[in-house]
Design a protein around this ligand. Sequence first.
Ligand SMILES: Nc1ncnc2c1ncn2[C@@H]1O[C@H](COP(=O)(O)OP(=O)(O)OP(=O)(O)O)[C@@H](O)[C@H]1O
Length: 929
Amino acid sequence: MASASEGFLSVSLASVVEDVLKEHGTRFSDTNLASRKADEAEVLFDIMAAARRNEAAEWLRMVLGVVAAKGLPNEPSEEELRLGLRNGIILCNALNKVQPGAVPKVVANPGDTIQQPDGAALSAYQYFENVRNFLVSAQEMGLPTFEASDLEQGGKSARIIDCVLSLKSYAGWKRMGGHGTWKSSANLKPSNSSKHLLRKNSENSKSSLLRSQSMSDSDHLRDAYLFDGDVSAESSETITSGPLNMLVHAALSNKKPEELPMVNSISKDNNNCTLINMKASIGPLSSDNGTEEIGGRIFINSKEQGSNKMSKGEMSKEKILMRQLICNQDKAIQELKHALQSTKVGIEVMHMMYTDEFNKLGESVHGLSNAASGYHNVLEENRKLYNQVQDLKGSIRVYCRVRPFLAGQLSNNCIGSFDEGSISIITPSKNGKEGRRSFNFNKVFGPSATQEQVFSDTQPLIRSILDGYNVCIFAYGQTGSGKTYTMSGPKLLNEQTFERTLEIRNTLEKGLNVPNANLVPVASTSDVMALMNIGQKNRVVGSTALNDRSSRSHSCLTVHVQGRDMTSETVLRGCLHLVDLAGSERVDKSEVTGERLKEAQHINKSLSALGDVISALAQKSSHVPYRNSKLTQLLQDSLGGQAKTLMFVHISPEMDTVGETLSTLKFAERVSTVELGAAQVNKESGEVKALRQQIASLKEALARKETDHQNVLPSPDPIHIATPSPVHPSRQSSGAYLSSQTTHRQPMEEVRNIEVRGNVVLRRRVPSFDLQDLLTTNDSFPWPLSSSRMNHPNKDDKQIVYNDWVDKVMVNKQDTVATDGNSMIDWDGSYGTSPDIFYHQSLSDMRVHPDEQFHKKGITGKDSSYEMNRQRKESFYAATDGSDDLDVATSDSSEAEMLWQFNLQNVHNTYNESGSNIKKPQTKTPDIR
Ligand SMILES: Nc1ncnc2c1ncn2[C@@H]1O[C@H](COP(=O)(O)OP(=O)(O)OP(=O)(O)O)[C@@H](O)[C@H]1O
């Protein structure tokens, strides 16, 4: 619509301008410059001839008096002049006045001194007598003469007028004393050329013009009759105030300076030039017309003519020229006026059209911007709805980020294009469609995306932690693609400082846990950042050919948040896992050897296990191999549990790595198809909490009774104790669980290390933790390891050791508790009162509820063959501080891949630096079957 209007506007404007210019062009191009000049010259000649005629008649009437010269009207036409002078009486009398007795006998009408106007009373002979006498006398006086027949026929008045004006000049000379010899200018040699100045575009151009005209005119007249010596003041005056000037003055007086045309009258005779320049404002000045332009001024050459008499041909030529000149200039003025007028009209029309179009465009733009904002709103709404649908489905959100080229890298780009939600990759080795592969994700961030932009899109997800959801964000991508940059920010951290090997254990009681990791209360964002920094410092990094500071371990930061609604006493708990995976790498490209090569293999293996899990989830396979790696076990809650999960896939833009980029994106595409089911809020109303407390106290009472009872009976092997336990609804039957699992996801605390094999579902119920309790009531918590307990495991610890399942790991884990200023979150100030409390825990839950003990025993007592096998297998493994010997122990269940490191000293100096106290088992656990 806009472009159509624009097109219309430009076409309209263009056509108007074109019309105006065409009109101009036609007028001017059609006019032949030469003929125009000729016309102008002719008109000017007429004017000059009339002026000279009038001057002659005026002088005759003045000399003879109006009565004697009554046959000669004032300002006569050429014909009137001829008729008035035809009988020769006026001429003879005038001559006698100037030169008394020059014509001794003037024949007049007998008895009537008053001449007949037309001289009809006189005979032709008498006329001739008078004229002949006049001519003879004039000739004797040296005046220019004419033929007597000139008075008989029209069109010959020029020479008669010259003669009369010569007589006038003669009279003037005589009146001035008659010094020297009077000569007609026709007998003089050409005078030096003189130059008169006309100021171009001067403010007073009209007066300049007139002055110039006067001077030109006077030059012209002076050309005719020059005296030996200076021109008298009188003659000068007479000349400058001559009728020609008056005529021209009258003709041009109503003209504006800019309307005055240039009028050049040229009369060339033997290289002499007489030129009348009226104005040089319009029309070109030809170089051969006797003008010169110097320094913005126009100089007009006026050369004395070789003769004061023009030949007939010259006269008519000049006349024609001048007439044409004037006429054309007048025409040109009219045309210019017309053109100006039409241009003005054109401009007005254009202005109107422009305004109109502008208004229309404004309306269109307004409409478009409304539509655009509406469109954006709809898009935003769509995005929200889409996310809601994703949430309901429990789909893993996938964001993609492209790292910019780094300094010194060749910008050979494999990214074809990208927009909000899609990206295409170019593979030059393939042709056609194959050569460009597109991927769709929830969000795509280009190379120029900032951390702020990334965060603003991730923020809603983070917020839902405060709403009681668990959130897991994990960064995935090949080495050097920017995972750490996204997860930790652009600031490079300090040198690597203290490195300590921590372990990840997987026990029946506690599930996946890191014994030596700490749970540190935090009160602000900066506290969290400080902890992150400590973790980063202790993370194993190494230089490879692909990344100077390549992370050689996966890193996980867990932030636990608990809030309490003060009015309803509802407790909301959420936790955020920030997982920065080590990057996959092609060892031939990363050129790693030795320890780094080993690391790379572990990293790749764990990532491939992650791929298997994703694959199984995507296919809704009945078996999901979480246990094939610690990484997948770690992410199990996020991939198969109830967390809202975001995978942040990273890619490098270089063409060199297009293969890795494609496989990364294909993997990410697959991840986005995984549907986990809707996440649920970790919400516990006050009522539920009261009931829980009631149950707990009842259980305690029951436990006390049991203890009393055991004091009477011999103590059985703890493994074989089959204590009746309350059966969790989800475990009432495996079939029931399966069906419920397929419809909705279980709360976080309900889902731990779920392993699904065929129709057999074993899951351990781990009740929800209360963070406050967790930080204050150590004794009720089965695995908050104080240093003494870690060094000297008691009987319970032994139980734990025997059931532990440990992989070789370098451990680096930080579990922190975060809070913010939100009033929903109510933190107990008692955190600070127990600074020496450290907890190790699985990422999925914080502690084992007392209920767990029953549950565990319930499982073993139920003789589940799978669980028994697992217990037996796990009993082979034990933890040690070292890890090398654990490699072997873990190899059949999962590769060692979780590389955690944590500077425990930096976190809390009360920590027992001896690390894990878990010992390798000396004997195998008996086969329970
Ligand atoms: N968005 C970005 N803007 C500017 N520089 C970036 C960006 N992303 C990454 N980088 C730079 O690229 C390099 C590699 O990034 P980073 O170490 O985060 O990659 P990685 O994927 O974590 O690698 P690895 O898996 O080997 O640990 C670093 O120098 C980092 O500063």
